[in-house]
Design a binder for this molecule. Structure first.
Ligand code: TXA
Ligand code: MG
Length: 353
């Protein structure tokens, strides 16, 4: 695979014309990466099996890991899903457009390849003008996984997409950095009780305010093939840079102390350390390379920094990346912790004294 990847830079002066060009590529069965409010997605016509096949090939994604289908208007959900139960409609009203993906029984119009052979389909309406206009102009629902090589951290700007996928996709629309930084919350609404399959941009507390009985159906640990998982994507390693990642979890001060000790021990051995840490920890350690997760109690800052930071540190030639897991777990913090745990080769848990 070595095709020329066009980079479309959008601004207010060329918006309409640029989106039209990109939409034409999608209509013809090509691949276009585009920004959403969560992360960049790698789009193809969701109803064209040959186009969708190219997504799996470009990403090196296992064929049984289904894609999210993106729509530009709520009513299009009914084109793809067999029926939309009341609790699902309530979630749509509360959170669309936005970082919420719903899993529903699919209609036959959705090809097998898009759903990884499942009888369900994942649908979301993104909250980003470029994404919405692109889907509208393409005139078809757009299948889009995160626009990274399978297993790598998700892309939060066009440079990340180019680093992973240049030569493998037709185009990327550069719309700057994303707003949220972690992917959508995935909720299975096929049963009587909604099941949260992946934590994401919408906090679990907020899902429960709307669908009070929602239960958690994901694990933060890397899970083995043999375990029955309802969201096929959960069984694969994820979000990992090339460098080894060590995550330190526990309450604030203890995590900061332990990270200082780890850094001192590493420097003693001549190991180069990269740190992805909260501002509180940063204020009492120093090391070769450091990227900020923001304030401990502001998980939305950590969400925006996490994939960017992992990619940046990966490019700094460090031997190990030590990550601060003391970020507040509320709201988008659950997604931050989930991604960090999946990226980590090793987790150090400091139990309270
Ligand atoms: O924010 C997002 O969701 C981004 C942007 C681009 O919209 N997309 C994204 O897609 O994160 P991806 O492919 O990286 O993750 C989709 C997740 C996977 O874990 C997949 O297994 C799950 O959604 N999924 C998709 N269809 C499903 C289905 N029918 N049943 C259960 N899980 C499904
Ligand atoms: Mg992904």
């Amino acid at each position: 695979m070595n095709i020329t990847t066009e980079v479309f830079k959008v601004d207010s002066s060329n918006f309409d014309e640029t989106i039209k060009r990109a939409a034409l590529i999608l209509k013809k069965g090509g691949l276009v990466a585009f920004p959403t409010e969560t992360v960049y997605g790698l789009g193809a016509d969701a109803l064209n099996p040959e186009a969708v096949r190219k997504i799996f090939e470009a990403k090196g994604r296992p064929a049984d890991n289904p894609l999210i289908v993106h729509i530009a208007a709520k009513e299009h959900l009914h084109d793809l899903a067999m029926d939309v139960p009341a609790h699902a409609a309530g979630l749509v009203d509360a959170f669309w457009p936005g970082p919420l993906t719903l899993v529903l029984k699919r209609k036959n119009i959705v090809p097998d390849i898009t759903t990884g052979g499942l009888d369900t389909v994942a649908v979301r309406m993104p909250d980003n003008q470029i994404a919405l206009e692109l889907i509208r102009q393409a005139g078809t629902p757009i299948a889009a996984p995160s626009a990274n090589v399978s297993g790598r951290p998700s892309p939060t700007d066009a440079g990340h997409v180019i680093a992973d996928l240049a030569g493998r996709i037709d185009a990327v629309i550069d719309g700057g950095s994303v707003r949220i930084g972690v992917e959508s919350t995935v909720v299975d609404v096929t049963g009587d009780i909604p099941v949260i399959l992946r934590p994401g941009g919408i906090g679990i507390e907020d899902i429960r305010k709307c669908a009070g009985d929602a239960i958690i159906g994901y694990t933060d640990r890397a899970v083995g093939e043999e375990e029955a998982v309802r969201s096929p994507g959960m069984k694969y390693t994820h979000y990992s840079p090339q460098t080894e990642v060590v995550l330190v979890e526990g309450s604030g001060a203890e995590v900061s102390d332990r990270i200082s000790e780890l850094v001192a021990a590493a420097h003693e051995k001549g190991t180069r350390v990269g740190l992805l840490v909260t501002d509180e920890t940063a204020s009492h350690v120093s090391t070769d390379e450091m990227y900020s997760l923001g304030e401990r109690d502001r998980p939305e800052q950590a969400a925006r920094s996490l994939f960017t930071g992992l990619r940046w540190l990966d490019g700094r030639g460090v031997d190990v990346i030590i990550v601060d897991g003391s970020v507040n777990h509320e709201g988008v913090g659950a997604a931050v912790l989930n991604r960090l745990r999946k990226a980590a080769g090793r987790i150090i848990e400091i139990s309270p004294k």
